[in-house]
Structures are given as structure tokens and as C-alpha cells.
Ligand binder design. Sequence first.
Ligand code: LFR
Length: 500
Amino acid sequence: DGDATFAAVDLGASSGRVVLGSVRPDADGPDALVLREAHRFPNRPVEVRGTLYWDVLDLYRGVLDGLRAAGRLTGGAGPAGVGIDGWAVDHGLLDENGNLLSNPVHYRDGRVAGTREELEALLPAAELYAATGIQHLPFNTVYQLLATRGTPAFREAHRVVLLPDLISYWLTGLLGTELTNASTTQLLDPRTGDWSPRVTEAIGLDTSLFPPLRRPGDPAGELLPEVLAGTGLPGPVPVTTVASHDTASAVAAVPAASPRFGYIATGTWSLAGVELDAPVLTEASRLANFTNELGLDSTVRHLRNIMGLWLLEECRRTWEAEGPPAPLADLLAQAALVPGPGPVVDAGDPAFVAPGGMPARIAEACRRGGQRAPRDRAETVRCVLDSLALAHREAIADAERLSGRTVDVVHVVGGGARNELLCRLTADACGRPVVAGPAEAAAVGNVLCQARTAGIVPGGPDAGRALLRRALPLVRYRPRGSGADWQRAAERAAQTRKER
Ligand code: LFR
């Protein structure tokens, strides 16, 4: 039994966790996959002298604490393997001895200002899209590298290492660049699965700065003796390359029964779209700001990044700085009583990427669009959730139109699957049934990939998805209403953008 328990390290923008997943593929019901959270720890970015950093050593400590807790939960036996996933795009710089040269910068930091224009002068946006299929987000790795390449740290850098790969390096001593996450850099060609010479030559980037590419399922090494000693785990513990981009792992954990599904991976972001066999690199797809990220089993996620629950987390951060805590359950219960859809903002607007003052920024956007601003916290929360549901509706409709894939059902996975109001509004806005769960989708996808690699679950997307449908409690929401009110809301939201 110990042979089938895997530890998933999953790093999110607001928290990290180590989840144990025990897989018994021949079991009929919930026993087929039993999840236990070994440890959860906050992810608290730090601003120093005007730059927003990830506290990557604190995160690494959380990972070690989590592995120690995983050892205890398995009665000292330890997990049969470890896999690491996390958010995309960000990187650390290593010197030739493998030492971290500077603290990794948060993708929400403002250092990338002006780099879009810089890149555009070297490579027109249409060519960049045709080469990479990646939607413009101000913080894509390509822009971060342009922002950092003049710095002493970059000049000293021997390696550029994506964050989940950095954690993996510290655990194993071995370097690699995991493919699904590499696809988010906007430096990779999704058709070849290799760096795009078109882009790397345009910016003069030496791709040997990136450790060799590796794919989900590739071995990533074993926990180092010092890690075993520090966590009390008995060795050897293999580390497996999983789909290290959390969204890739999350979509691998969508328990869909037919290919005609859309998904919304909700957490700090909402990633809404469809799963395809090949990228959609059309001009229409670029103008709709749709991305083509690589997934498990050579799939492509054709999706749009939507602000997600970040909007709500940031509102709560402001309110808690002003006074007593604003418990989420209370806010959601009050928001459910507010009639809607009321005032809405464009939840795809990159104007909301930066932290701080979110309730005021939302109110201002509503007024800019000729709507009244939310009057209190309940209305603000309702505005956020209505806006997210609306953005989900538009992304699913655009995904269908751009890819030609029909969507009969929308799966909501990730933390937002626990948010009943968000799921209900999403079903209404999309005019399609919503199936919610699993909430720990990235960890589940991480575990599944390890179980496949160990030969416990058959390969390919379907076997894992069938196992999840048997094992997991899923909640269904039927759409209500005609959608006319959401159509009108869409027109209002479109008026709220600062730059159009
Ligand atoms: C979600 C996610 C998104 C990516 C964003 C920034 O956690 O990985 O897919 O666009 O974070 O890395």
C-alpha cells in the first residue's frame, strides 16, 4: 500500500501545500484515490526597496516541513515518490556553482513596465504569437528576462531556472526545465516542444541558460541525503517530473467523461478554455488574447487568463488592514443575497494585476463604465463574483468559436470549486451545467502523473479521469435563466476598461 502513496508539492500564489495521494486503481469508490493534506503553509511575498519578491527560502522550508509531515502521516514509511508543481513564468538565476544569485522576483512586480514595447520593436506581436501561441501577459518570462538582463545578477547567471525546477534542484541536486512550464515563458514553440529560434534570436538569448528540457514522467532524481536527514524520511525517495505548471496539472485532473468539455481552473487566477491536440495560432486567437500552453500527454490548453479570486483576496487584504477580519464565509453568504448581475468589471483587464487598494479600483472601474459603484462589502464581493462568472462565460464562448470545439459541460476545478456562489453564477452565466471538483486539482494531477509513471495507473488522459470520476465527490450546478441579463452585463463590463 505504501507503494502507491505519492507526495504532491503544490505551490500556489497564496499558499503552498504537500498533499499525499494514495492510489488504488482497482477500488470502486472513494478508495481509488485518498487525499490527505500533510501540510499547508502561507506564501507571503515581500517588498524590499520597491521590488516585490517571493520568499523562496520560506517556501522551501514549507516544502521540507511538508515532507516531514508526510513521513509522519505514512507511519514513518514515507511516500513512494515526490512531484513538484507551482505557478508559471517566474524564475531564479544560478551562478556556475549552482548558488542562487538573487531573490526571485514576483510576476506582479512592476519591473516589466516598458518591455512590451521593447520586444515589439524586435519582433512584431503577430510574429511572436505565431511562434509561441502565448497570450500577452505583462509578466511572461520573456518580458521578465528583458527587464533583468542589464543587471549584474543576470550577467553572472549561468542558469535560468523556473521556480518548481528550482525547488526540485534543491531537493535532488539535479537541474532541468520542465516542458509544460517552459511553454509559459513565451520562448517556446508549442509545435516543436523546443525553444523558438525566432524569439530567442530576436532578443539575443542564449537558450543554454536554461537547463535541458524534460517532460512529465521523466525521472528528476532522488531526495538528497541532506534532505532525507532533514525530513526524517527513509530513502531512497524518487522525484518524478510532473506537469510542473500548476494549471497543467490541474487540467489533467478535470474529471471529464467526454471530450466536449470546457474547464475553469480557479484559484488566484481563473484559467478558462478547452483542451486540444494542437495549438490555435490564428490572428483571431491572438486578438482574443487566448493562449496555447502545453499540458500532459502533449495536450494544448487553449485558454484565457482571467484575474480570478485574486480580486477577492485583495479586497479582503484591504479590509483586514482597515479593521477586523472579514471572514470569507460571511462575505459570501451576504453576497449571495445581493441581486445580480449588478455592476461588473472586466476581469480580464491587466489593470488588476498589481496589488493594493482593490475595492477602490473596482469601484472606479464600475464608474468609468457608467455604472454605479458597489455600496458595501457584500456588493463588492458580488461584483467580483458576477464579473468572474461573466468572464468565464466569455472565455468559454470564445474558446468554442476560436477552436471549433463544442462545449457541453464546464468543469470548475481548483480552490474556486469550493465556492458555491461562484460555481452557481458560472453555470448561469455560461448557460451550461457546471461540475465542480476537485478543489485540490493541481495536487491531484501531480499525484496522477506520478502514479502513471510508477505504472499503477495506465497512461493517457482517460484512465486517470475515469479514476477521478469514481473516487471524487463532484457537485453539479444546472444553469438558470435565459442568459439575457448576462449579455447585458457583458456590454457594461466592456465599458470599464481603461485602455481599449
Ligand atoms: C496559476 C498560474 C497561471 C499563470 C499564473 C502566473 O497559478 O500558474 O496559469 O498564468 O499562475 O504564473
